[in-house]
Design a protein around this ligand. Structure first.
Ligand SMILES: [Zn+2]
Ligand SMILES: [Zn+2]
Length: 326
């Protein structure tokens, strides 16, 4: 009896070890988890970056990544939370409405209801179940049905708590968390999320290290708004003093940054905006501006001739943004 019991346990432990090994191997290949500082972690690999705050009160996520990555994202979140808390995912904050940042909302909300191993069944029919989703009101406007047409996203993915105006405060895991809504920048519904005690800023796509800023003109974006928002991020970040850590910045895409990285990016965007503005004022057409290559010296770092956001698209968006009536 006893021997069998031990064999049984050995087998069980073996299965657990193998399963855990497979799970972590699979996870490592797609979602990378990085401790930023304080209670905040950065998840990379779900297209859009994700920030996760973990503490005794539970879990908070800033953005949920692209839909195809959600299962792995949530597995990584569960692993992060397990040693710290048995409380669920309570809050999701969306920095804006784009699908590479909200694609996991629906599943993540459901996980919020079930992360402790309770009712694993099905869909959320009620906004009081699952995690609360915070976002600026314009995120809701763009995710839900605009004037009677079919909504571009399912209701289960929509924000449950929206704010108007330029600021919203939360307090969670012993930490003040501020949402700042800049004037239209990447879109007209951006939020910059500031974890005050951990000293971490999550910027959404206002700041990305991998490309020129995406100005979603159709969704109210503006080049001058992006520059204003980058300057605002610089207002709330404090640089490192000697070896001490300063404010860390999680961009919408790309690597973990600090204030100096944002300064460099802000300078680049400002210089290019000024060049295109000068050309525009001289009466140059969009084609002439493109031909003059106002981004040339920065193209090795941020430029692209293929993909979803090319250098040409950026120059065109800046030109159109500057020529639009304010
Ligand atoms: Zn994005
Ligand atoms: Zn975006």
């Amino acid at each position: 009896m006893r021997g069998q019991g031990i064999r049984g346990w050995t087998l069980l432990l073996f299965i657990i070890a193998v399963t855990a090994g497979l799970a972590s191997a699979q996870q490592q290949s797609d979602i990378r988890v990085l401790h930023v500082q304080g209670n905040v972690y950065m998840l990379v690999g779900a297209v859009g970056n994700i920030a996760v705050q973990v503490g005794q009160d539970g879990v908070l996520m800033v953005d949920t990544g692209a839909a195809q990555a959600t299962d792995q994202v949530m597995a990584a979140v569960v692993q992060l939370a397990k040693p710290v808390t048995n409380r669920p995912l309570r809050f999701i904050i969306n920095t804006h409405f784009h699908a590479d940042h909200t694609g996991g909302n629906e599943k993540a909300r459901a996980a919020g209801a079930t992360i402790t191993g309770g009712n694993v069944a099905g869909n959320i029919s009620d906004a009081t179940e699952g995690a609360a989703v915070f976002a600026h009101a314009n995120v809701m406007r763009r995710m839900s049905a605009p004037t009677g047409s079919q909504s571009p996203t399912p209701p289960g993915a929509w924000p449950t708590d929206t704010y108007f105006g330029d600021e919203k405060d939360l307090f969670f895991n012993g930490e003040a968390i501020q949402l700042f809504h800049p004037k239209p920048a990447h879109t007209d519904g951006d939020s910059i999320v500031f974890f005050r005690r951990s000293d971490v800023v999550s910027t959404g796509d206002i700041f990305t290290t991998t490309n020129y800023p995406i100005i979603d003109l159709q969704s109210g974006g503006s080049i001058n708004g992006v520059i204003d928002a980058l300057n605002f991020i610089l207002d709330i970040t404090v640089p490192a003093d000697k070896q001490e850590g300063g404010t860390m910045v999680i961009p919408g895409h790309g690597r973990l940054c600090d204030e100096a990285d944002v300064v460099e990016y802000r300078d680049m965007v400002t210089i290019i905006r000024d060049r295109i503005q000068d050309m525009f004022k001289k009466g140059m057409t969009l084609e002439q501006v493109k031909a003059a290559k106002p981004t040339r010296d920065y193209d090795p770092l941020y430029g692209s001739t293929a993909g979803a956001w090319t250098t040409d698209m950026f120059v065109e968006a800046v030109y159109k943004s500057l020529s639009a009536k304010k």
